[in-house]
Ligand binder design. Structure first.
Ligand SMILES: [Zn+2]
Length: 220
């Protein structure tokens, strides 16, 4: 194993970890000088430089920044962003994943249809059920999960069940835990979620950010 941090790091001495006091306890935390690794974020190499600072600061971008900033401040939460094409949702989401990694979180970006395909394809394996469980657990447990193009997936029974299991788990842990979930969609929750999920998305502890943008279209 190589060193986790930069050689002779002035903060950690190169071991990559520092002790921080939180709520009266000492915890091990990644050293802020550690070189960041974005290889398991689901982002392409050329997206590792994404930063919301580089976007034109429109109203929509500012609103998204504030809402995402609040998630980072709280260290947990759920956010549903909906709005039309061309307002920078995807770029903002990807930047947030980079920002999360910079803060030492394990973070992942995925489009809704890819997430469902990945779960569905678990059943191509002989031990389908357990492969499915493993994959579902990965999506459940990751600290920061950004699901893009939410609602573009054609909602089969499989897809609805998988999503409501994942959403439910992450909702609970957004409140009694430390998970952060962002869903971005071209459609409002009323069009993409059943009533139970909608009631949770609209819970006072979660937030739905409705943006318009010039290209807002209803339906596909
Ligand atoms: Zn260090």
């Amino acid at each position: 194993m190589g060193e986790l941090c930069i050689p002779d790091c002035p903060i950690c001495g190169g071991i990559g970890w520092v002790n921080v006091k939180q709520d009266g306890y000492w915890l091990s935390s990644p050293c802020p000088n550690r070189p960041k690794y974005y290889g398991s974020t689901g982002l392409e190499r050329n997206e590792w430089e994404f930063s919301v600072d580089k976007l034109k600061q429109t109203n929509e971008v500012k609103l998204m920044r504030n809402a995402i900033g609040k998630l980072f401040t709280d260290g947990k939460g759920m956010l549903y962003i909906c709005g039309g094409f061309g307002i920078g949702k995807t770029y903002t989401l990807k930047s947030a994943v980079i920002e999360a990694v910079n803060k030492g979180y394990e973070a992942y970006y995925i489009r809704h249809n890819m997430l469902i395909d990945n779960l569905r394809q678990a059943y191509d394996d002989k031990s389908g059920q357990s492969v499915y469980r493993e994959r579902m657990d990965d999506y459940k447990k990751i600290r920061f999960l950004a699901i893009d193009e939410y609602g573009r997936e054609r909602m089969t029974e499989f897809s609805k069940n998988a999503m409501s299991e994942l959403y439910d788990y992450r909702y609970e842990k957004a409140i009694n835990g430390n998970l952060i979930t962002i869903l971005a969609s071209n459609f409002p929750p009323e069009m993409t979620m059943d009533e139970y999920m909608q009631s949770r998305a609209n819970d006072y502890r979660c937030s739905v950010l409705k943006l318009n943008g010039k290209d807002f279209r209803k339906g596909v």
